[in-house]
Design a protein around this ligand. Sequence first.
Ligand SMILES: Nc1ncnc2c1ncn2[C@@H]1O[C@H](COP(=O)(O)OP(=O)(O)OP(=O)(O)O)[C@@H](O)[C@H]1O
Ligand SMILES: [Mg+2]
Length: 495
Amino acid sequence: MQEQEYIQTLGGMQKEQWDALFQISQMFNDVKVQENLVSEVLDLVVQVLKAERALFTRLEPGTDNFNIIAARNTEHQDINDLSAFSSGILKKVIESGQSCLYHDVQTDPAVSQFTSVQIHKIKSVIGVPIFVDGKIWGVILADSQTNRKNFTEESLEFLKFFSNLVSLALDKVIKIESLQEENLLLKNKVQNTDVIPDMVGTSREMRKAANLIHRVAATDATVLLLGESGTGKDMAARAIHLLSQRKDKAFIAQFCGSIPDTLLESELFGYKKGAFSGANTDKKGLFEVASGGTFFLDEIGDIALSTQAKLLRVIQNQEIIRLGDTQVKKVDVRIITATNKDLKQLVDKGKFRQDLFYRLNVFPITLPPLRDRRSDIALLTRHLIEKYADKPIQIPVKTMQKLETYSWPGNVRQLENILQRALIMCDSNVLLPDHIIFEDENQLTEFGGNLKDFETVLLQKRLAEYNNNRTQAAKSLGVSVRWVQMKLREIEENN
Ligand SMILES: Nc1ncnc2c1ncn2[C@@H]1O[C@H](COP(=O)(O)OP(=O)(O)OP(=O)(O)O)[C@@H](O)[C@H]1O
Ligand SMILES: [Mg+2]
């Protein structure tokens, strides 16, 4: 249509129609096109065109199907059934890509053959396509069933203009939506880079820890991993190494609990031939072996004060001296330590060097206990079952509930152990609540033997729970490692 002609036609529009268009354009100019906005706009269309109903519908891309976005009648009521409208006319608009206007549908040979027109006794109808990005997006339809309405050329122009406004608004909405989607994808990507292989957990606490692991991995900073037994400190240490620039170099882990001082020191720093009886050759220490890589000192709270002094030298000066040697050797190691003890308290008691504590505590990361991140239990359970089961296993809600409500003093390791045992008990492919057996103190209260036997049973249970780790078993029982060793010797002697 020529501009001149267009203006003339527009000029033919009534004031009410102009006002309505202005109002509609204001509404669409809103940044967000809300759901009920379309209904409100359709009410205006019904009113201005003096139609009985108005329909705003979308053509499902790649199909002949329409979806109702909104449909309204003169009473401002929603019409939820698309089949109440003439599908023949909707198709005609789509196929021709043109608007249509019929005053006397029942007798008009072009459309009266449509069954839908007959069924719904449509008298007058006006339909306009909506284009987005040059393609038909949907159709706006206004009709009347009870009275023959005089939809005029002006009505058609009004609806065309209206459809243009809708197209512009939709364009905007669709672009915003696709931006939002893209944003979500990017956000997800960023979050996913925080995911550490094999480290399961999407709880806020776990994401926080994973984020810290990622951040610190990129640096050479000394890391102190804190958290109860079985919360994943070993796993985190390995993750930091694997995510760091040192990943292709050595990762060496040394458990420092319940090891005699000299043995630990000779392991860590090596020795010179003749340093002590039995030192027949020079031996490299682990710090030298780890050079260029990462050194993980587990249970750092247990090391003797003399060893602590030597460790401080490694951290401060990046140098070691082999036992019995005088020569200083340079080493380049990234140090990660872990403990489930309160180091600060050990410092206060004089059992841990304060200077070393500050050196180690540069970047502390606390792995959360499982009971504080119960939302991860289901995920962990599925992960561990998949890891240990040799067939697909169903986990009914009741079983999951039992797992999710337990206190998990031994954290993920305990969950792992209990699931492994449950799988052994499970003959079918359904893991039942009865397969989940917690070895709790309450079970021990039913114990019938004497106190000595009770000690033995409790110790054995604890050792099993802590993978035979005597330090941790001792700690959980509130006794010394020496007591555990003594008790074990006694058990052995009695057998
Ligand atoms: N987030 C996790 N996702 C999957 N498995 C985990 C996770 N955290 C821990 N585990 C598993 O639980 C077990 C215990 O983890 P890990 O040895 O790292 O704990 P820890 O904190 O070092 O315990 P401890 O203080 O007793 O040394 C391991 O088998 C580990 O694979
Ligand atoms: Mg550990």
